[in-house]
Design a protein around this ligand. Structure first.
Ligand SMILES: C[S@@+](CC[C@H](N)C(=O)[O-])C[C@H]1O[C@@H](n2cnc3c(N)ncnc32)[C@H](O)[C@@H]1O
Length: 263
């Protein structure tokens, strides 16, 4: 599916602030507004690419609902939320992604959002930890660390190895892989996708984004062969071009569920 324009974006920054202050229950509207203003000034506030991803996720779920009318597309979210970001690199989306799904939780209680990110490269995980740490430290004086709904674990390791998966929960509501790299080793990525899909709850969703057209096609075929059902795929019309020809940020996004869940 190709959308000619993105849906208007819901406010990302406000949603992040709501996520962090969800369980504290004692922030007035004025304090929330002040927090939004101060957060916007921070170097770790979501970038333009994150605003792009936010709009793309909104479009993706709108498209999923339009694509599957009978029965209508839905995904399950319980009292809490577990998100896995596989091959997350420095994980720029570590706050954006939970904030997106947190909007659908009935309540935001203390530590109800668990975000897990993994990558082969230790230095990327160090950057990701630094980013999450700085963000949490910023919000802590306002909401109290113990009250914050958001908690995270970032771990370096090889996602083709059972060793890494032993340290992760058995199941996730959302499995995400941004700029998957299927082109650079079909066998490796078949194993990564297979493990990731196994950990996706039956009522959960698996989402990938891709830099390249061909790589997106490859990953979609790989996942379909592993038992994932493609719900919908969108070519991002405002994807930021990179130097390499045909490469751009979040050029495609696709949403899968475990096969059989739509029947
Ligand atoms: C194209 S990068 C995308 C990184 C990040 N998700 C992003 O959007 O910037 C692909 C990532 O896959 C990771 N990767 C490659 N093989 C892996 C493996 N076997 N286990 C875990 N991560 C792996 C790399 O370290 C790299 O960070």
């Amino acid at each position: 599916m190709i959308l000619s324009h993105l849906m208007p974006s819901e406010p990302l920054v406000e949603s992040v602030v709501r996520m962090f202050s969800g369980a504290s229950g004692n922030l007035s509207a004025e304090q929330q507004a002040q927090l939004v203003t101060e957060y916007r000034e921070m170097p770790f506030c979501p970038t333009a690419d994150m605003h792009g991803l936010w709009g793309l996720l909104l479009s993706l779920f709108d498209a999923a609902r339009l694509t599957t009318l009978d029965p209508p597309f839905e995904y399950g979210l319980g009292e809490d939320l577990r998100i896995l970001d596989v091959a997350c690199g420095r994980c720029e989306e570590a706050v954006t992604l939970p904030a997106f799904f947190a909007r659908n939780l009935p309540t935001l209680s203390s530590k109800s959002i668990h975000f897990f990110g993994t990558d082969l490269r230790e230095n990327m995980i160090r950057l990701a930890n630094n980013y999450c740490g700085r963000t949490c430290s910023f919000f802590e004086p306002w909401v109290g660390g113990e009250c914050s709904p958001f908690c995270y674990l970032l771990k370096s390791g090889d996602a083709t190895s059972p060793e890494l998966w032993m340290h992760l929960p058995e199941s996730f509501d959302v499995v995400f892989c941004r700029h998957q790299n299927a082109w650079h080793g079909v066998e490796i990525w078949t194993r990564i996708f297979n493990e990731a899909l196994q950990r996706c709850k039956p009522e959960g969703v698996l989402i990938i984004t891709s830099y390249f057209d061909r790589e997106h096609q490859m990953a979609t075929q790989l996942l379909s062969g592993l038992g994932a059902e493609l719900v919908c795929s969108i070519r991002n019309p405002t994807s930021r071009a990179l130097k390499a020809p045909g490469k751009s940020i979040d050029r495609h996004i696709a949403l899968f569920r475990k096969r059989g869940m739509l029947l």
